[in-house]
Ligand binder design. Structure first.
Ligand SMILES: [Zn+2]
Length: 279
């Protein structure tokens, strides 16, 4: 049963600030995953991506990518749809060269509209992106719909399961950000049962096999009635707590990846991994 841990971005203690060195540093300290952050735009050449991808494969570091923050798959201003498509495609191209399995992004913003309206618009847009990915022969990259951290955003767990299912398991996956779920449920993740229900929903509403290859984000988080405020280091408040999550994964033989998004990145990823290994 494999559970990979890794930082969201180049490790803090990596002396050279390049993705290639970030991968090497992650491998050196014993981590098996890393998420490449393109949150402010894709600024990597395909040639560089191929070098990074080959090195990650050689070192056994599984790569994922985070697409730009400004992607909105259900904008009220239709002219902004092209921006979302362009940025998703740019990320998908680089992801393909990197050998990345999942590209993660926040699906969109509600702007006062109901869930079915947002879902319908996002589905059409993402179908177009998938069509263009096929034209470009990008086959092995999954679009990862991340659970959002604010009520004003579109893309909670059940919406992402429904949208992923509608777009096809072979194209799209729901990515659980446990901190965001915790924040939008106003501190709702405390016990093993709280975490188990999330995996049950993934199995029931998306795919029974996904719990054996899930992709996720973990951080502790400060929140208000609107949702997330800011991320906190591991074990600062145990909000949400990592231990029951790891226990649920262990007891149910789930497998996948946990990307650490705390301010301590790889330092906390290592702590999570150590706790996992002790179990
Ligand atoms: Zn996240």
């Amino acid at each position: 049963m494999v559970l990979n841990f890794g930082p969201a971005g180049i490790p803090l203690d990596c002396p050279q600030r390049s993705t290639l060195e970030g991968v090497r540093y992650s491998a050196k300290i014993g981590l098996r995953a890393m998420e490449c952050e393109f949150v402010r735009g894709v600024r990597m050449s395909e040639a560089e991506a191929r070098i990074v991808g080959a090195e990650a494969a050689r070192l056994g570091v599984s790569l994922s990518a985070h697409a730009p923050y400004y992607i909105n798959c259900c904008p009220t201003d239709k002219s902004k749809e092209a921006t979302a498509e362009r940025n998703l495609l740019a990320t998908a191209k680089i992801a393909s060269a990197l050998g990345v399995k999942t590209i993660v992004f926040h699906p969109g913003y509600r702007m006062g509209r109901d869930s079915p309206t947002c879902l319908k618009q996002a589905k059409v847009l993402l179908e177009q992106v998938l069509e263009k990915m096929r034209e470009l022969k990008i086959k092995s990259v999954l679009l990862g719909l991340e659970t959002v951290g604010k009520h004003a955003q579109f893309g909670n767990l059940s919406e992402n399961c429904e949208l992923s299912k509608a777009l096809g398991e072979e194209n799209t996956v729901p990515v659980v950000d446990f901190a965001h779920v915790h924040a939008t449920r106003e501190g709702g993740l405390k016990t093993k049962n709280d975490f188990k229900k999330i995996f049950d929903e993934l199995e029931r509403s998306f795919s029974s096999s996904y719990v054996k290859r899930f992709h996720s984000h973990f951080s502790e988080i400060e929140f208000s009635e609107k949702g997330e405020r800011y991320h906190l280091p591991l074990h600062s408040k145990d909000s949400p707590p990592i231990t029951p999550l790891l226990q649920v994964i262990k007891e149910n033989n789930y497998a996948g990846t946990i990307i650490c998004e705390t301010p301590e990145l790889e330092r906390d990823a290592l702590k999570m991994q150590e706790e996992w290994k002790r179990m």
